[in-house]
Ligand binder design. Structure first.
Ligand code: ADP
Length: 712
C-alpha cells in the first residue's frame, strides 16, 4: 500500500468528553489537526476529511490528519493521501483518480488545506458545504496557533524546570550553605544546606526566621547591610556569627547576588554562606600541602642528584688503576661542588701515619690555600685532629654548626687553627674509609657557602662514597701486599737455594778427597786426615740441617703447629752450654763471647726452643758483630728474666728495625751476608708463644742489643 503520510496520526483521539485532560496540557498541533479533520467531516457529512500542513522549520516533513467515517472504514480499500499540499487529490490503489466528490479549502494564515472527500449523500458537495468549510478553516488557524503557543510554552516550562533542578543539584552538592530569598531578603524557598548547618526547620527559617540563627548582637548590623544592599541592588556581603545545629557559633561570611526582573527590579537573591574558619583552615591546609609537596619534590631531586653522583663516583672508582692516589684525587674533585666546598682524602701509610692524598676545592681562588692545606698533615696519632679521631675510632663525624670554640678544641696547633679559619667552613663531615674492619683513612667534606648544610642524608651519601673508595683502597693494599709477598718469596727462593748449596760444595770436596785417598791403594789412610775431613763434613751437614730446621720451623709456625714442651730450667746453665758450643765459631770470628748471669735464673720454659733463641741471637751477634766482643747478660726479677745479647758490630738502620722480625726480613745485602732472614722471625715466635717479647736497640756502625724478656 502506498500509505506513507509524513508523521500522520493513524488513530482517532478520544473525544474531549471521553475524559478529563491533564492540567497544563492542552491539545498538541497534531491533536488539533485531527479534531479539525473530524469536525470538517461531520460538518459536511463526508466520508473522509484530511487536514494537511506544509513542512516548516519545526516540522520538516509537514503533518497531516485524516478522519474517516465508520462506514468508509468498514468499506476500506481507500488510502490516505500523501502529504503534499499541491497535489492533494485522493488516489485509489493502482494510482487511478477517483471521480468522486472532493472539496478543498486553504487554511487562512498557515500554509495548509482542509480536504473533504465523498459526501455521504452520494451527491457532490454543495456551496453551503464549502462555506461551512471555509469558516472552519478560519477557526482552524486560531486553534492551530493556540496549539503552537501551548507547545512553545511547554518547552519553556521544561527549560525553567531543568534550570531549577540544576540549581537544586548545585546547592545540594555544595559544601557551603546556599539559600534564596525574595527581593527584600525574606527566605521563600527551602534550603537543605541551611537546615543541615543550622538545624532550623523550614518553618523556622522561612521569611525572616533565618535571622534567629544569627547571633543577636549581629542582628542590627545584618539588617542594615541587607537594607543598604537591597537599595543599590547588591552585591550583598556580610560577616556575622551563625549558630550551628550544636548551638555553637561560627564566624560566617554571606554573599549574595540579585536575580533581576526584565525591568531591572530585583526578583530574588541567591546567596551562599561560608564558614570563615574552614576557609582559613583550608588555606592553611593548602599551604601545608604545598610546602610538603615542595619539600618532597626537593627531596626527590636531591635524592636523584645523589644517586647520579654516586653512580658517577662508582664509575670513576671502577675505572681506576691499582694506584689509588690519582683515583682518590679524581674522586675528591668529583665531590665539589655537588657535596662539598672542600674535600680532603687522608690515607694511613704503612707506619700508621695519616697522609693527605688529595685536596679539592670548589672555589678556584682557593688554589694557594689548598696547597697549604695539602702540605699540612693531619695530626699525629692520638691528637684531637678531626681526621685522626675519625680514623682512630672508625666512626663518622658530622658538625653542622662549627663554632670558634670547636675549632680551638680540635686544632693541633696555632697554624692548624689559622688554616681552618682561613678555609672558613661552618659544617664538617668526615667519614672513615672502612675495609675489613679497619679504617684505612678518611674522607672529609667541608661546607663554606651558607646555603649548604649537612644533614644525616648527606652523611649517608658520604658514607656510601667512603665505602666504595675504601674498597678501592683495600684492593690496592691487598695487591701491594700480594706483590710484596711474591717478591719476597722469589727472593727467598733464590737465597734459600744459594744457602742450601753453600755447604754442599765443601762437603763434596771433602768426600772427593777421601775417595781419592781410598783409590790410591794404600793399606791405611792416616786417621788425622780422615778426622779433619770428617770434621768439615760434619760442620756442613750441621749447617744444612740448621737451614732445613729453620724452614721446617717456619712452616710449623705458619700452620700453628709450634708447640712448647715446658720444663723447669736454669737459664744460666743453658746459656753456658750454648756459649761454650759457640767457642770455636767465636774464635774464628775473632769475637770473644762473655756471659754475665745473675743468681737464680730458673723458670719454666721449653729447653730446645730457648736454646734456639740463644743460638739465633748469638749466631747473629757473631755474624754481624764485625769481629768485636760479644756479651750475653742474664738478669731478672721475681716475675721475669731478661736475656740481652750485645755486639759492637754493623748495627741496623732505624727504618729496617720493624722489618727484621718479619718472615724473610733482612737488613743486609745477600752478597755480603748469607742467611734466610728467618732467625729473628722464629725467635720472636718462640718468645711470644712463651708470653714474652723481643726488643732491639741498635745504632748503625756501633752495634746492636737484642733483648728477650720471658716470664718465669
Ligand atoms: P739472617 O741473619 O739469616 O738474615 P735473621 O732473621 O736472623 O736472618 O736476621 C734478620 C736480619 O736482621 C739480618 O739479615 C740482619 O740484617 C739483621 N740483624 C740481625 N741481627 C743483627 C745484629 N746483631 N747486628 C746487625 N744486624 C742484625
Amino acid at each position: 500500500m502506498r500509505t506513507e503520510p509524513a508523521a500522520p496520526l493513524t488513530q482517532e483521539l478520544p473525544d474531549e468528553e471521553d475524559g478529563p485532560r491533564p492540567a497544563f496540557s492542552g491539545p498538541s498541533a497534531e491533536e488539533t489537526l485531527l479534531r479539525l479533520a473530524r469536525s470538517a467531516r461531520r460538518l459536511a457529512r463526508a466520508h473522509q476529511a484530511t487536514v494537511t500542513l506544509a513542512p516548516t522549520a519545526s516540522r520538516p516533513h509537514g503533518v497531516s490528519a485524516t478522519s474517516l467515517s465508520r462506514a468508509f472504514e468498514a468499506w476500506g480499500g481507500y488510502s490516505v493521501p500523501p502529504l503534499n499540499p499541491g497535489a492533494s487529490r485522493p488516489v485509489l490503489e493502482g494510482g487511478a483518480e477517483r471521480p468522486r466528490g472532493w472539496l478543498v479549502v486553504p487554511l487562512r494564515t498557515l500554509e495548509g488545506h482542509i480536504h473533504l472527500f465523498d459526501p455521504e449523500s452520494g451527491e457532490d458537495f454543495t456551496p453551503e458545504d464549502e462555506e461551512a468549510l471555509t469558516g472552519l478553516a478560519g477557526l482552524a488557524d486560531v486553534a492551530l496557533e493556540t496549539a503552537r503557543l501551548r507547545e512553545e510554552n511547554q518547552a519553556l516550562r521544561q527549560e525553567v524546570q531543568l534550570g531549577e533542578q540544576r540549581f537544586q543539584a548545585l546547592a545540594g552538592a555544595s559544601r557551603q550553605v546556599v539559600w534564596l530569598t525574595d527581593a527584600h531578603g525574606a527566605v521563600n524557598r527551602p534550603s537543605s544546606t541551611w537546615e543541615d548547618f543550622t538545624g532550623q526547620t523550614r518553618e523556622e527559617y522561612a521569611g525572616w526566621g533565618w535571622m534567629s540563627a544569627v547571633h543577636p548582637d549581629d542582628h542590627a548590623r545584618v539588617a542594615d547591610v541587607v537594607r543598604r544592599t537591597a537599595a543599590v541592588l547588591g552585591p550583598y556581603e556580610c560577616e556575622y556569627r551563625l549558630r550551628r545545629r550544636d548551638g555553637t557559633y561560627m564566624t560566617a561570611l554571606a554573599r549574595a547576588l540579585p536575580v533581576l526582573n526584565e525591568d531591572g527590579t530585583p526578583r530574588e537573591w541567591v546567596g551562599m554562606t561560608v564558614n570563615l574558619a574552614s576557609v582559613q583552615v583550608s588555606e592553611d591546609e593548602l599551604e601545608r600541602r604545598l610546602r610538603e609537596e615542595h619539600a618532597a619534590r626537593t627531596e626527590a631531586e636531591v635524592a636523584e642528584q645523589r644517586s647520579a653522583f654516586l653512580a658517577e663516583a662508582s664509575r670513576v672508582l671502577a675505572s681506576s688503576s691499582l694506584d689509588p692516589k690519582a683515583t682518590l684525587s679524581t674522586l675528591a674533585w668529583l665531590t665539589v661542588p655537588t657535596l662539598a666546598d672542600w674535600c680532603f682524602v687522608d690515607v694511613m701509610d704503612e707506619a700508621g701515619a695519616a697522609q693527605r692524598m688529595a685536596v679539592a676545592h670548589a672555589n678556584a681562588a682557593d688554589k694557594a690555600l689548598a696547597c697549604e692545606v695539602r702540605d699540612f698533615p693531619p695530626g699525629p696519632d692520638g691528637s684531637r685532629h678531626p681526621t685522626t679521631c675519625v680514623v682512630r675510632r672508625g666512626e663518622s663525624l658530622l658538625v653542622d654548626d662549627v663554632s670558634d670554640a670547636w675549632l680551638r678544641k680540635v686544632a693541633v696547633s696555632d697554624r692548624h687553627y689559622a688554616l681552618m679559619k682561613a678555609v672558613g667552613f661552618h659544617c664538617i663531615m668526615s667519614v672513615p674509609l672502612l675495609a675489613r674492619g679497619r679504617a684505612l683513612g678518611a674522607l672529609t667534606f667541608l661546607a663554606v657557602r651558607q646555603s649548604r648544610r649537612y644533614t644525616q642524608a648527606d652523611l649517608h651519601t658520604a658514607q656510601d662514597l667512603a665505602r666504595r673508595a675504601a674498597l678501592l683502597l683495600d684492593n690496592a693494599i691487598l695487591y701491594r701486599e700480594a706483590r710484596k709477598s711474591v717478591l719476597l718469596r722469589d727472593e727467598f727462593l733464590s737465597i734459600a737455594s744459594h744457602e742450601l748449596k753453600t755447604p754442599l760444595t765443601p762437603l763434596q770436596l771433602r768426600l772427593q778427597a777421601l775417595r781419592r785417598e781410598t783409590q790410591k791403594g794404600a793399606a791405611s789412610i792416616p786417621t788425622s786426615l780422615v778426622v779433619s775431613q770428617l770434621d768439615v763434613v760434619q760442620r756442613q751437614v750441621t749447617k744444612m740441617s740448621a737451614l732445613v730446621n729453620g724452614l721446617l720451623d717456619v712452616s710449623r709456625i705458619s700452620s700453628g703447629r709450634l708447640t712448647l714442651d715446658k720444663e723447669p730450667l736454669d737459664l744460666a746453665e743453658l746459656a753456658r752450654d750454648v756459649v761454650s758450643r759457640f767457642s770455636v765459631t767465636a774464635n774464628q770470628a775473632g769475637s770473644p763471647v762473655t756471659l754475665y748471669a745473675q743468681d737464680d735464673m730458673r723458670g719454666s720454659w721449653d729447653r730446645l726452643r730457648v736454646d734456639q733463641v740463644l743460638t739465633n741471637l748469638l749466631t747473629n751477634a757473631l755474624k754481624y758483630g764485625a769481629g768485636r766482643p760479644v756479651a750475653v747478660r742474664l738478669s731478672g726479677d721475681e716475675v721475669h728474666v731478661r736475656i740481652a745479647v750485645e755486639d759492637s758490630g754493623i748495627g741496623i738502620a732505624p727504618e729496617h728495625l720493624s722489618r727484621i722480625f718479619e718472615r724473610f726480613g733482612r737488613a743486609v745485602s745477600e752478597r755480603h751476608y748469607g742467611g734466610l732472614g728467618l732467625g729473628l722471625y722464629i725467635t720472636r715466635q718462640i718468645v711470644e708463644s712463651h708470653g714474652g717479647e723481643v726488643l732491639v736497640h741498635s745504632t748503625p756502625g756501633q752495634g746492636s742489643r737484642f733483648e728477650v724478656v720471658l716470664p718465669r
